[in-house]
Design a protein around this ligand. Structure first.
Ligand code: UD1
Length: 355
């Protein structure tokens, strides 16, 4: 048995780590080859995650780096094909919805290698989002679809995907969170920044719709206003950092930092009074942790986080940030259980299916 895992961005290290661990344990004699596409390459966006999550060093580094969508996807395909020719895997495993995912699915499919897709079936129904296009292609061509929520099952049924390809296994990102709980609960990242647990807002923003256009300066201004009500901590994604410099804005009152390691980030997340984000994974992590999350987007492919009562869709208008302090002081529904199968054992179920 020969398995190749292909990934290359920060959130997908988190989603794939438990699957690699579970399959290595279950199939110790199989070949498990890791391909890092290099879509993310800064130490803080990549290496730190391999270290903290205990992911073995990659067997192949494609070093595709940044570029337009076509360049990034094409470069990944071109460099992955010879690796798959050499590895001759029985299965390629890919997570998520990024350009590395799209490229890996297309390359393997054209080589007639079966693909397993982790975090399948999510839909924002917004095809202007690059990730939506990637999701649709990945699900159409992957043989084994691993789903983390009821709505993913419904979405795939509506697209006519055969039931036998779908496996509702739960959320592998939550597997990693559960595995790290002992470490991040004791990390005290808030205290390290002089912040009181429960009394600050944690912000992450990186989507093109928000940071690539006109909305970023207004968003920064609104964050400055929020900082008058509560301290605002904002670890800045490299894409956002670039645009902010373009806007040459001053940001008094905001605690801006470089991207953080995962244990430190989860510590800040677990102790935050509120989270403002446009990330998909953070909507899920706050749902598991029971932390109020405000999502600065018009839609979400993760409505399960809204039904859970932790996530509020603010819309893409930065003016909505002004509503956060009041929303926090209003009575909120009691914390519900995490969604079904978000229990730390999703990767075990994936291993059950595949073995
Ligand atoms: C990508 C994914 C997005 C995911 C996000 C997680 C796609 C289409 N988008 O967005 O779905 O939520 O990763 O973080 O695949 N850069 C660096 N150093 C790095 C990586 C990026 O400086 O290590 C800068 C580069 O200027 C680059 C820009 O960030 O051009 C954007 O990186 P890119 O990989 O194109 O997309 P992300 O915005 O990270």
């Amino acid at each position: 048995m020969r398995i190749v895992y292909v990934f290359g961005t920060r959130p997908n290290f988190v989603k794939t780590a438990p699957v690699i661990a579970a399959l290595r344990e279950r199939l110790p004699d199989a070949r498990h080859a890791i391909v890092h596409t290099g879509q993310h390459y800064d130490r803080a966006m990549s290496e730190v995650f391999f270290e903290e999550l205990g992911v073995p060093a990659p067997d192949h580094m494609l070093e595709v780096g940044s570029g337009s969508h076509a360049v990034q996807t094409a470069r990944t395909m071109e460099r992955l094909e010879p690796v798959l020719e050499a590895e001759r895997p029985d299965l390629v495993i890919v997570p998520g919805d990024v350009n590395s995912t799209l490229a890996a699915v297309l390359t393997a499919t054209k080589m007639q290698i079966p693909v397993a897709h982790i975090e399948s079936g999510l839909r924002s129904f917004d095809r202007t989002m690059p990730e939506e296009v990637n999701r649709i292609v990945a699900d159409e061509f992957s043989e084994h679809l691993f789903l983390h929520s009821d709505e993913a099952v419904e979405n795939l049924r509506a697209e006519g995907i055969a039931e036998e390809r779908m496996h509702f296994v739960g959320n592998t990102m939550i597997d990693t969170l559960v595995a790290l709980e002992g470490r991040f609960r004791g990390a005290g990242a808030a205290a390290g920044l002089g912040l009181e647990p429960g009394a600050y807002a944690l912000v992450t923003l990186h989507r093109p719709a928000l940071v690539d256009g006109e909305l970023l300066p207004e968003t920064m201004r609104r964050l400055g206003e929020l900082a008058a009500a509560m301290p605002v901590v904002f670890p800045v994604h490299p894409r956002t950092r670039q645009r902010m410099e373009g806007a040459s804005a001053e940001h008094p009152g905001l605690l801006l930092s470089e991207p953080l390691g995962y244990v430190e980030f989860l510590s800040l997340l677990a102790d935050a009074g509120a989270v403002l984000t446009d990330s998909g994974g953070i909507q899920e992590e706050t749902t598991y942790l029971g932390v109020p999350c405000f999502t600065l987007r018009d839609n979400t492919e993760r409505p399960v986080t809204i039904r859970a009562g932790t996530n509020t869709l603010l819309g893409l208008d930065p003016a909505a940030i002004a509503a956060i302090p009041q929303a926090l002081s209003a009575p909120r529904p009691a914390r519900t259980e995490p969604p079904p199968l978000w229990d730390g054992r999703a990767a075990e179920r994936i291993a059950d299916v595949l073995t």
